[in-house]
Design a protein. Structure first.
Length: 279
């Protein structure tokens, strides 16, 4: 099965990204095609303004919101794909939150990745009743940014498109340190509940709860099943004392938090902190 998502942003010069996720037995692959659409006048569509926002296609000719007409090249077909997808996407166009500023996900930490991994920790602890000390997820699993202003259900669904399920993993400190050392030797992923100092490709310090990790102490990790056995070369399940699979999707965990913020009248925003220091 092939799922196609077309994302269009209006910001001075408009860019269009066609992101294709291919599901197969081995997992997913992604590609991005950037298309120059700055003359079309296209803007983000909602459930109520498709024609005004995206224009329309008649007999293979695309009539753009700007008044320009396109009958040749890839533009009419790209517009048709985008416009035809809107009815099925209508339910995803509901506004579920408001973000005072845009948030993106990037190494070594970001407001969006911090939000995601901290949601994982909170969700796993609530679902399992076990104490979660550390959170780990992969940057690659966060596929889109949070836009400034209205946040749609589609934004969150597109951000976490994979079927990654929350898991609880209990390990001794010795194993926890090995996990962080393995990540540091390549690229540290999104983490929470820790204060880690990376010097070059070496873990110089790793603290949980303000204390240096002890080899003989047990620690609870909140994460996703993709990272249990080799996803992004991370093996959280290797040598684990306990693994609990919650059966709850990461996406649903994030949505629950976003809805809770909105119901409380709070904006969707987050922060940076001292969880990661790169020397």
């Amino acid at each position: 099965m092939v799922k196609t998502k077309v994302i269009m942003k209006a910001a001075g010069l408009l860019s269009c990204a066609l992101c294709i996720a291919v599901g197969c037995s081995a997992g997913y692959s992604w590609s991005t095609i950037k298309v120059d659409a700055h003359r079309t006048g296209v803007k983000p569509a909602t459930a109520d303004n498709t024609k005004e926002a995206l224009g329309y296609v008649v007999d293979g000719t695309y009539y753009a919101p700007s008044g320009r007409v396109y009958s040749e090249g890839s533009t009419p077909e790209l517009a048709r794909i985008l416009i035809d997808a809107q009815p099925e996407m209508a339910s995803l166009k509901q506004v579920i939150a408001h973000a005072p500023k845009a948030m993106s996900s990037h190494y070594p930490q970001s407001e969006l990745s911090n939000f995601a991994v901290d949601c994982i920790m909170e969700g796993v602890e609530e679902l399992t009743g076990r104490k979660v000390d550390v959170g780990i997820t992969n940057f690659g699993g966060i596929r889109c940014d949070i836009p400034q202003g209205d946040v749609l259900l589609d934004d969150i669904v597109s951000m976490f498109p994979f079927k990654n399920y929350l898991v609880y993993v209990q390990v001794y400190g010795k194993q926890l340190r090995r996990i962080f050392e393995d990540m540091a030797s390549r690229k540290l992923q999104a983490v929470g509940g820790v204060e880690v100092v990376i010097n070059g490709k070496t873990v110089e310090s790793l603290k949980v709860g303000g204390e240096e990790v002890r080899d003989d102490k047990l620690y609870g990790i909140g994460s996703i099943d993709f990272l249990l056995n080799g996803g992004d070369k991370i093996h959280l399940g290797e040598g684990a004392v306990e693994v609990v699979r919650t059966g709850v999707l990461l996406r649903d965990c994030i949505l629950k938090k976003v809805y809770a913020l909105s119901e409380a009248g709070l904006p969707l925003e987050y922060h940076l902190d001292n969880r990661v220091v790169i020397k």
